[in-house]
Design a protein around this ligand. Structure first.
Ligand code: C2E
Ligand code: CA
Ligand code: CA
Ligand code: CA
Length: 275
């Protein structure tokens, strides 16, 4: 029995070691990638449903790795958070997004995703102000997307800081609403301008009437509170009709466009208007 136990242990050990090794390798690669400037921002349109107009773009980071190809954020954001790289990377993302948006026409907005550890860092507020100053972007054109995990972990300090950023004219969106530790009380407690309804609700809407009822309830409550609502992950014309009829003010998804490189923002605008 002892023998077998040892054997089992040995069967697991190389696997564990391989995973630790792969993780260390990814961390080292990410550090090098940041130094070498291998990260880039892609943009996806945010569409006002009533006006059928693009009002801005969400910045979505990618890693263009010479070895691994174009790596999506799900692979590296949580690792970058755990190793602290998210602080300088997040600062770069903010600066790059503001600089890109400053060149866009007609006051189009840019939405930037934030990580909880990034926001909790002492220099965060100053880094937002310096990104705006360096790009000369009007604060009213910047939206910051936060998640419920940030609100869960935090205190007074976060609330007052978000309040100060809003006083500058920046708006705050609550991302992935309805997943995780979602609580309607957040909508009352925190200074929020927009709720992004998670794609899972848009999918649920296809299957059951209750899905539509949930979206209608969120959109209705938000409307009462003066909060805009964006439906995420719209892929079909039917989903678009449904979320619009349930009262969502804005939509985002592959139906309008996939995220595309910064150089294609003007093409996305032209293509949308031609449709
Ligand atoms: P998210 O903020 O919820 O972003 C929306 C994700 O859904 C994006 O994935 C987008 O490409 C994808 N998406 C958009 N429309 C559709 C659709 O119609 N169908 C489907 N199936 N997916 C759609 P992406 O770019 O891979 O980003 C994944 C997540 O990584 C983001 O989720 C966000 O949490 C995080 N992330 C991305 N960029 C950044 C960043 O700059 N900073 C931080 N901290 N996190 C980021
Ligand atoms: Ca987002
Ligand atoms: Ca989201
Ligand atoms: Ca998400």
């Amino acid at each position: 029995a002892k023998q077998a136990g040892g054997g089992r242990f040995q069967m697991f050990e190389p696997d564990m070691q391989a995973r630790v090794q792969a993780r260390r390798c990814l961390e080292a690669d990410l550090c090098r990638a940041f130094r070498r400037g291998e990260f880039e921002l892609h943009y996806q349109p945010l569409v006002n449903l009533r006006e059928q107009r693009i009002t801005g773009f969400e910045a979505l980071v990618r890693w263009r790795s010479p070895d691994r190809g174009l790596v999506p954020p799900d692979v590296f954001i949580s690792v970058a958070e755990a190793m602290g790289l998210i602080v300088p990377l997040g600062k770069w993302i903010l600066e790059q997004a503001c600089a890109d948006a400053a060149g866009w026409p007609n006051g189009l907005k840019v939405a930037v995703n934030l990580s909880a550890p990034q926001v909790c860092e002492a220099g965060f507020e100053a880094s937002v102000e310096s990104a705006l100053a360096a790009s000369s972007l009007d604060a009213a054109r910047l939206e910051l997307e936060i998640t419920e995990s940030l609100l869960l972990r935090e205190t007074e300090d976060t609330v007052t800081m978000l309040g100060r950023l809003r006083a500058l004219g920046i708006s705050i969106s609550l991302d992935d609403f309805g997943t995780g530790y979602s609580s309607l009380s957040y909508l009352l407690k925190f200074p929020i301008d927009k709720v992004k309804v998670d794609r899972s609700f848009v999918l649920a809407m296809d299957e059951r009437a209750e899905g539509a009822a949930i979206i209608r309830a969120i959109a209705g409550l938000c409307q009462t509170l003066g909060i805009a609502t964006t439906a995420e992950g719209i892929e079909t014309a039917e989903q678009l009709r449904n979320v619009a009829s349930q009262g969502c003010t804005e939509g985002q998804g592959y139906l309008f466009s996939r995220p595309r490189p910064a150089s294609e923002v003007l093409a996305m605008l032209t293509e949308f208007n031609a449709k």
